[in-house]
Design a protein around this ligand. Structure first.
Ligand code: PMV
Length: 337
């Protein structure tokens, strides 16, 4: 293993990943689909060391004190990645101890979960560190990224990306695949953050509750039967209206599953509902291509085309109680050195 440094950005799902068939290995119940955004990024450096360590700096360059659970999550990725890589290469590739340094450029106030970018970046750095002995392809990198955060698998690729649920219980049975690259369709994601409160229940715990919702089985059937296929079709044909219909249906469906879980998870706030209502009025009145989608938090992602971007940005900037962040479709993770 040689020292390595990589960079990655978040991705935002249009068909949401929610719930696993195996929580330990983060093997999803159903396929999902996302767009990788161009920024903000996370950089990770790794090198062989005398003892395992993880240090992290925030976007202001201040060192963040990581909790025991955070460190254990990194340690688990390294352990499982080590097993996976030795299985592939037929020999040990990683040393017994590694030091990891994380530098995030994701502003704490934009309500973007950084775990997708962080664990994708770690996978990219691990792959770069062993590339002389055993070069990994994107599928293999996405499997390693998925160990830390299911959605992280999708940030390995740029553009529009599917996370295939796969079948069975092997670590490698679920991986990410690119549907179309970042040059295919110039979609923007204007991010509106109404609240800066920390999430009450993180997605790792949330996934484990999905099965308690009476609506969950129907959700999985819908994704398997038509949603994922229709979403891929809408992207390949650049059919914004079809994409809007399917992405909003899927997002609202996921939030209903969350709400009807035991215990109930309510991530959307009054502000989220107000923004959705505004956007629905705005697009009816002005015939604008714009769709909304929300993850496990109140933040609203407004996807729009070049044509509607300025108008949506004007609307977003007029929401004085919200933080606004502007992104566009971007490339996947890459090696820096
Ligand atoms: O990758 P995780 O475990 O943080 O889960 C992501 C869950 C959602 O953001 C709600 C949906 C998604 O597909 O990104």
């Amino acid at each position: 293993m040689k020292p390595a440094k990589a960079i990655a950005t978040p991705n935002i799902a249009l068909i949401k990943y929610w719930g696993n068939r195996n929580d330990e290995l983060r093997l999803p119940m159903a396929d999902s689909l996302s767009m990788t955004i161009d920024h903000p990024s996370v950089e990770i450096s790794i090198e062989p060391s005398d003892s395992f360590s993880v240090r992290s700096w925030n976007s202001e360059g201040k060192e963040k004190q990581l909790g025991k659970d955070d460190i254990a999550r990194f340690a688990r990725v390294i352990d499982l990645a080590d097993n996976y890589l030795s299985g592939l290469a037929g020999k040990e590739l990683l040393p017994s101890e590694i030091s990891i340094e994380v530098r995030s450029h994701i502003p704490p106030k934009i309500g973007l979960a950084s775990s997708a970018a962080v664990f994708c970046c770690l996978a990219e750095a691990l792959a770069a560190s062993v590339t002389d002995e055993f070069p990994l392809d994107a599928v293999q990198k996405s499997v390693i990224a998925r160990i830390g955060s299911g959605s992280a698998a999708r940030s390995v690729h740029g553009g529009f990306v599917a996370l295939k649920a796969g079948e069975g219980s092997s670590l490698a049975s679920s991986y990410a695949e690119q549907i179309a690259d970042e040059h295919h369709w110039a979609l923007h994601d204007i991010i509106l953050v109404p609240s800066h409160d920390e999430k009450k229940v993180g997605s790792t715990e949330g996934h484990a509750l999905a099965h308690t919702s009476p609506l969950y089985a129907k959700r999985i059937e819908a994704i398997r039967n038509y949603r994922q296929r229709d979403c891929i079709d809408a992207i390949l044909k650049r059919d914004f209206e079809k994409l809007r219909f399917i992405a909003e249906e899927d997002c609202l469906d996921m939030h209903e599953v969350m709400r009807t879980s035991t215990p109930s998870l309510e991530y959307l706030t009054e502000d989220t509902h107000r923004i959705i209502a505004d956007v629905e009025r705005l697009r009816t009145r002005e015939h604008l291509p714009v769709l909304y989608t929300m993850d496990a938090g109140p933040t609203v992602h407004l996807f729009c085309t070049d044509e509607s971007r300025d108008r949506i940005l004007d609307y977003a900037n007029a929401q004085t109680s919200c933080t606004v962040f502007e992104t566009v479709v971007g490339p996947g993770s890459s090696v820096l050195s």
